[in-house]
Design a binder for this molecule. Sequence first.
Ligand SMILES: Cc1cc2nc3c(=O)[nH]c(=O)nc-3n(C[C@H](O)[C@H](O)[C@H](O)COP(=O)(O)O)c2cc1C
Length: 291
Amino acid sequence: MNISTLKTQFSEKDGSMYGRKNVEESTAMLYHENSKFNSYSIRSQGEKIAAFNNPYVNERSSQPFKCYPGYPTIDLSAYKDIEFESNFQSLITNRRSVRDFKTSYKVSLYELFVSLYHSYGVTKWAKMQGLEEGKEGHLGLRNVPSGGGLYPIEMYVVIFNGHIPAGLYHFRPDTASLEVLKEGGFAEDLLKIVQAEPYVNMKSASGILITTGVIERLMIKYGERSYRFLMQEAGYVGFLYNLLCESLGLGCCWLGGYHDDNLNEFLGIDGVFETVNNVIAFGSPNEQCSI
Ligand SMILES: Cc1cc2nc3c(=O)[nH]c(=O)nc-3n(C[C@H](O)[C@H](O)[C@H](O)COP(=O)(O)O)c2cc1C
């Protein structure tokens, strides 16, 4: 479907309350229309998914995460044995966006471990089925559901103030470690890239969580549907991260306005096959504020 057929389709509906032009010329609507299933496409997509389930692909789908060989790492896995207590009901009812943080607060390694590992680290290794005879493999499962278990999300954290040097880190989900991508104070750089102020006092945060999506991991199996799945999963991860911050007595706030390409460049990612989807400032709450 292209813009002109979209317009024809929408002209048959009452779009007045949406401001007709907003929906008729929307790339989002165009994408949604083009990724809809009908009785034919759901079948052909089903065949594609079935074809995906073969020993060759299964073997290669066992490591759906990035790693940065040769970069220094900080191992957080020692914290795996510590159980953390939380009251689920109080977590979900008390969670609110926090926009101002205690500037002196240094985020600890334990807090980084809990918030990153429990939102997207590998928390269970499951034996893979459907491999060639004699081969063995394990799939790393996470605490969030993932279409096809393909786990398209990557997590980066920028530390402004913490028990580790300020800098940009990549979270490696299998080993629960942080890969040190670059050290330095990047708060000023990020203030130019992310539109946080005046509502969010970003500089007072202990750091920023940035998650990205590697769409290629999903496209091979789910075609046009992939972008929907990617956004759903980004939402699960971001929300779980938000609840985990709450459980640690930290607060956080999503930041929806950022210059995509500048942020991609800052992370050192290509910005096409891997793109940013969550930008979340976190720290020790200074005061609760409303929108
Ligand atoms: C995708 C997304 C983007 C957001 N972007 C911003 C933002 O740029 N600045 C901001 O102050 N709040 C932002 N928020 C937070 C919302 O304003 C907030 O969740 C909403 O007002 C409800 O308040 P609560 O989170 O305290 O319940 C964002 C939330 C989401 C889910």
